[in-house]
Design a protein around this ligand. Sequence first.
Ligand code: PLP
Length: 471
Amino acid sequence: MSGTQTTGFSQLPSIDHLLNSVAASEMLREFGRDEVKRAARQTLSNLRDAIKRGESVATGSAAICVDMRRVIEEDARRGIRRVFNLSGTILHTNLGRAVLPEDSVDAVLEVLRDNSSLEFDLASGTRGERDDYIEDLLCRLTGAEAATVVNNNAAALMLLLNTLALEREVPVSRGELVEIGGSFRIPDIIARSGCRLIEVGSTNRTHLRDYANAMGPRTAMVLKVHQSNYVIQGFTAAVDARELAQLCRESDVPLAVDLGSGALLNLEDYGLPHEPTPMEVLARGADLVTFSGDKMLGGPQAGVIVGRRDLIEQMNANPMKRVLRCDKMTITALTALLRMYTHPQQLAERLPLLRVMTRSQNDIRAQASPLVARLARKLAGFAMVSPVDCVSEIGSGALPDHGIPSAGIALRPLPSPRSHDASLERLARAFRELPIPVVGRIHKGDFVLDCRCLEGDGEFSAQLDELEIDP
Ligand SMILES: *Cc1c(COP(=O)(O)O)cnc(C)c1O
């Protein structure tokens, strides 16, 4: 066996030899000694594995240094990178959810590059509160008495539960014990907040009397959860917030509603189905409402709580608020976003989420068409490329049963010795390996690029020449 090997371990240079080689000197300057050494160690280990497999390998320092550079560059690409989201899911949790408006991005860059008045009141020259202005804006926009913000909606729920229901009972309908994905489950959050979940009703039907029966001296609050990412159909019943609020008032416990998505706009004005707003839920008598910053609000990851001043004050006084508070990037991005909502007439143009949600199918078809021709030329012999009408979804639990007609490009691998699935995966991988990775989705035997979220396709189309599919 060893007699057939063309290379032996002993022919590989040592790490020191590699680091002292002429070929490494440029890399040492660029990346530093530790990083180059790490790359040398990994590259040599890869080469030893290749030799064990009986492959013949180049053992010269110059050739090995080329591999080392590749190791370093691959490592540098492992962090979060910008991608083109052509998956058809607008608020894709794995792809960073909402795309921030320019106002937010500009404001964040400005406060990051310098010091800022994060907790400093410039009028009096004394300490200020980081959430003050955001609270003002949220109250103006939702009509709530008070508001506070934390890291995400999961944190908002935890703060709310831990403040108002520690070691006490919280009735929740069995139809609302949702799992949102990414390890968020209502029962687990309630338990970890130090509260006792009291399950109420059945999976498909919960009545007011179920809540009434669950109320007792240990009840701290009632929680109603927006079902978000699923719908219950058929023989169903849920209790409206208004009735539940009445019952809670009689029992003198607060009603909190976790909306999840929480749009601040009436989506029907934009031709979309209705999504409940915090304003409506407060008007029905809820004492507190929580929602995410990066779902239908279209901003940064954050959790917003609006509602009764006395309850919000208790939350702000809880040390957990300090643990869960937002950093200056979030505060700044959210402030700029909420300021945009004060001028709603401009939102359809300035808020990326609303812009892409309201794009017409014709507009998207027109954008996809020249891209189809380019990709067809590029992928000739490997895949058939055609325009396709498809359906985008909003994602992140908003309007789960409502698709938005969209358009894009379908790529279907031509028959080959490889399996169809393997060819599809190769296509998908080739797009992920572009300088700005492109994420599509596999649907009924096609690799589909939904162009709804492709705003301005200059950079997208400029990189298509680099698409590489090995035959
Ligand atoms: C998405 C969602 C959450 C979690 O919100 P994050 O901001 O992702 O932490 C909680 N509750 C509901 C109903 C949701 O839809």
